[in-house]
Design a protein around this ligand. Structure first.
Ligand SMILES: O=C(O)CCC(=O)C(=O)O
Length: 280
């Protein structure tokens, strides 16, 4: 199986109307309230709270341990717009505030592995996959630091070499309060139902800004421990974080264990602009 993520590592300006939400999501408040119909119709479902304060603390401690270098073999930490010299000049505590992402950590950190395997998450994802046995094929921590940059609008499926028609469920879990001010998730409800959207290399591998502007955008603020399940075709993005408060999140992607994978050429034939007479 194969995945691809483009990252320009440079903060760039964008039109603020891209994140001008006309709605604020109303999350479910208990696991047993979850209604799959909402997920199918809107392409996302928010639950707040979902994890206990103890789970959040434990996951947070696990991330900090990886960033501080407590696990010598782990080297999947990506810093926010910094060169190697600048990173080396930071002490361990400063480093924590400059990390943008971590990848592939579950086999190195049992506290994070435990979240990925949480029985309530697995049971819900199984249903969202149409009662197929899930496998987590991508683990990320997205630590939008103070002044951290935007993640432009995109569909996650555009990054995965998974055959079209294979459902992907993303689970985005807030480890700090994720607010409209510090860069919470923004979604276009129902956008997953229109299928694949062409992506362009602009500030990132993304949907064209003009396709998002003027649409009915919903912001999904969550408390630490809240989460959002979302379809791999849902249009979503996060604005930059102008505050001095970090906004950390875990993100796991699940597909069915027997899902069919394809290759980059097939993915780009669907999501790329080449040969389609489209521009951005
Ligand atoms: O957490 C974020 O800022 C954006 C996460 C996201 O949409 C992604 O990495 O695909």
């Amino acid at each position: 199986m194969s995945t691809a993520k483009m990252d320009t590592n440079k903060p760039q300006k964008y039109d603020p109307s891209l994140y001008a939400a006309s709605e604020i999501a109303k999350p479910y408040e208990h696991w047993d309230q979850i209604d799959l119909q909402t997920y199918q119709t809107d392409g996302y479902l928010a639950l707040n709270p979902a994890l206990t304060a103890e789970q959040v603390q434990s996951a947070s401690d696990g991330l900090t341990a990886l960033i501080r270098g407590d696990v010598p073999d782990y080297d999947q930490v990506q810093f926010e717009s910094m060169d190697e010299q600048q990173i080396k000049s930071l002490n361990a505590d400063e480093r924590v505030l400059h990390v943008r992402r971590l990848f592939s950590f579950c086999r190195f950190e049992e506290r994070l592995n435990a979240v990925m395997r949480d029985p309530r998450i697995i049971a819900t994802v199984t249903q969202m996959l149409g009662d197929r046995q899930p496998i987590c094929f991508q683990e990320m921590a997205l630590l939008k630091p103070p002044k951290g940059r935007e993640k432009p609008w995109h569909q996650d499926h555009a990054y995965f070499n998974l055959t079209m028609g294979e459902p992907v469920v993303g689970v985005w879990i807030a480890l700090d309060d994720a607010t409209v001010q510090n860069g919470c998730m923004h979604v276009l409800p129902g956008s997953h139902r229109a299928g694949a959207k062409v992506h362009f290399k602009r500030r990132d591998w993304q949907i064209c800004d003009t396709d998002i502007m003027g649409q009915a955008i919903t912001a999904v603020p969550l408390d630490a421990g809240g989460l959002m399940f979302f379809d791999g075709l849902l249009h979503h993005g996060t604005p930059h974080n102008p505050t001095m408060l970090r906004r950390r999140a875990l993100q796991f992607h699940y597909c069915a264990q027997d899902a069919k994978w394809t290759d980059e050429a097939a993915r780009l034939a669907v999501f790329g602009s080449e040969g389609k007479n489209v521009s951005c």
